[in-house]
Design a binder for this molecule. Structure first.
Ligand code: ATP
Ligand code: MG
Length: 585
């Protein structure tokens, strides 16, 4: 029988590869900019026309190529970045497949101009710069082209020879937007490199070299946005996680900016973003999507970068450990003073390398009035010596002042704190109840005269369904026939607590559903949140000095003192630096 299998000529193979590597102008820009960065460019200029469909030009001041390399680089699997399969395990460059340039060249009219150091004259290597022209993958000219060191790749008429693919492209403005996103993403990977992007001659991005990620983010989305970010920096078991995440009170629903890098390489991983979101639990409302920029520095061999056609995904050897590390790292940041809401107009942009280490806090003296039950000891993290709150002096108690019977003013070393007494108490009650669930629940006070509460049918059913958890929250409930229940015992969070009202409101909210109820992940959390919300002392409640102090101490004994259970702040902070600015000091 005749042979029916043929090895495809390179030109066809490249066209097929182009389908995977070059989907649209943005992917082409990504490949070319990555090459520029791999060539150690300090400045990358990108110009597009017609959304990149008519023209994409990327100019860099990197190391450039010799004439020989300028021709060879258009061959499939021609790469200077790896030499053996073993190198794949520790590849530090963006590219490594030797696929991008031949794939792009196969579906466009491409001109590549390049020169080594001294290429404008006759270089040290003894040759001037080079220009290579390629039409649909065929080299049509190789000529002298004096220029300064670096490389310019110009791609015209993308997909001119594969019209079927051209039809999938969007409008010029749609493609231009995608290009802009791609450039912004790459600019974040190398803050020290300058970038410019123009579209039909109009500047879209102008990013001078930045000192760090925060400054680069400021350059892309504005300094106001950058100032809402908090530094993350942890290291454990050979893996380091560093980056920036958003202050909860600044986070908004809708579009989120996010980027993940592993050893300098961007990758997509919705599960890791979810792990970070998980850390925000109870500090932001549902649907709110904080900005997240994290880089993982991992040992060679613990991640495989060669698993996706466009190199957009990676595979971690120990994924669940990485997810857990992300959640822990972000959670740690949200426990700190820096994550508190602030009145400061321009909080100092975060400095990544420096970590704020507040002075250790003396254990608060055990003053307890009737207002609150003593706080349970801080749980597994209690060996952590870092106090959440830098106080004026170790043995001094903060001076507290209540105003409008609603807010408590406190003084810390470098700021004034305004505490919302209701929000703060919510956080306290929520964490206490959640912690107590872990060992059996909180015990209610038996009532001398049990409450008889008439409910609607759905409410009654809700109570029946949740009876076990309600009991562990301190509400001992018994069915009484019809839709009536008897409440024999209730929790006792403070002297002004109205048990019946709290119970009714909780059950109504649990039955009808609410933002708060929906934001809970478990039944226990659902009860914990509604209880905290309904049982906390209200605005308008006058507090004695001792009661304020107790609330204050209880708040700062929680894991996340700066955020209530609705995802609102418990505290708004005004730094003395901002005050000095306001008064022109
Ligand atoms: N802007 C540039 N400056 C200097 N050398 C370049 C530039 N662009 C490409 N090269 C050289 O051409 C080679 C081929 O580039 P190409 O993008 O096709 O492959 P790669 O970057 O090695 O791998 P990948 O296909 O994964 O991107 C590179 O390895 C590099 O040596
Ligand atoms: Mg490349």
């Amino acid at each position: 029988m005749a042979r029916t299998i043929e090895v495809l000529p390179d030109l066809v193979a490249n066209q097929i590869a182009a389908g995977e590597v070059v989907e649209r102008p943005a992917s082409l820009v990504k490949e070319l900019v990555e090459n520029a960065l791999d060539a150690r460019a300090r400045k990358v200029e990108i110009a597009i026309e017609g959304g990149g469909k008519r023209l994409v030009r990327v100019t860099d001041d990197g190391v450039g190529m010799s004439r020989e390399d300028a021709v060879v680089c258009l061959d499939r699997h021609a790469t200077s970045k790896i030499r053996s399969a073993d190198d794949l395990r520790r590849v530090a460059s963006f590219g490594f497949r030797g696929e991008a340039l031949p794939s792009i060249a196969a579906v466009s009219r491409m001109t590549l101009e390049t020169a080594l150091e001294g290429g404008a004259s006759s270089s040290a290597a003894g040759e001037p710069g080079t220009r290579v022209r390629v039409e649909g993958g065929r080299v049509t000219a190789v000529e002298d082209h004096p220029r300064r060191r670096g490389t310019t790749v110009e791609v015209r008429a993308l997909f001119f020879n594969v019209p079927a693919r051209a039809r999938f492209l969007r409008s010029a403005s749609g493609e231009a937007r995608a290009v802009s996103e791609a450039v912004a993403a790459l600019a974040l990977t190398e803050p020290g490199v300058g970038f410019t992007l123009t579209s039909d001659g109009r500047p879209l991005l102008e990013l001078p070299p930045a000192r760090d990620l925060a400054e680069r983010i400021g350059g892309v989305w504005g300094m106001d946005s950058a100032a809402t970010l908090l530094p993350v920096s942890v290291a454990a078991q050979g893996t380091e996680i560093r980056g920036l995440v958003q202050r909860p009170d600044a986070a908004r629903p809708g579009l989120r900016r996010a980027q993940l890098l592993v050893n300098g390489r961007p990758f997509r991983d919705p599960a890791l973003l979810r792990a970070a979101d998980h850390a925000y639990r109870t500090t932001v409302a549902t649907g709110v999507r904080p900005w997240i920029f994290l880089e993982f520095i991992v040992p060679a061999g613990s991640v495989d970068v060669n698993v996706h056609p466009a190199k957009a995904e990676v595979r971690f050897r120990d994924r669940s450990a990485v997810e857990a590390a992300v959640e822990a790292a972000v959670r740690e940041v949200l426990r700190g003073l820096v994550s508190a809401a602030t009145f400061d107009r321009a909080p100092a942009p975060p400095l990544l390398a420096v970590r704020e280490r507040p002075a250790p806090l003396e254990a608060p003296p055990g003053i307890q009035t009737a207002l609150f039950v003593p706080a349970p000891s801080a749980g597994p993290e209690s060996e952590d010596s870092e106090a959440p709150f830098p106080m004026p002096a170790a043995d001094e108690r903060p001076r507290l002042f209540q105003f409008h019977h609603t807010y408590i003013l406190a003084e810390s070393r470098d700021s004034v704190l305004i505490i919302d007494q209701h929000s703060a108490h919510e956080r306290v009650l929520f964490e206490r109840l959640m912690n107590s669930f872990a060992d059996g629940g909180q015990v209610g006070q038996r009532l001398l005269f049990p409450l008889t509460v008439r409910l609607s049918r759905p409410e009654y059913e809700q109570v029946e369904a949740l009876r076990g958890i309600l009991e562990r929250a301190g509400f001992e409930v018994e069915g009484f026939g019809g839709d009536t229940v008897i409440v024999h015992a209730v929790p006792h969070p403070h002297p002004w607590f109205d048990a019946e009202r709290c119970f009714r409101e909780m059950i109504a909210e649990l039955t009808q559903g609410s933002e708060l109820v929906r934001s809970a992940r478990t039944q226990h959390e659902r009860i914990g949140k509604t209880f905290a919300c309904k049982a906390a002392i209200k605005a308008g409640q006058r507090l004695s000095a001792g009661e304020m102090l107790e609330l204050f101490d209880a708040l700062f004994a929680t894991e996340l003192p700066w955020h209530d259970v609705h995802g609102r702040p418990t505290v708004v902070r005004l730094s003395t630096a901002e005050l000095a600015r306001k008064f022109g000091r």
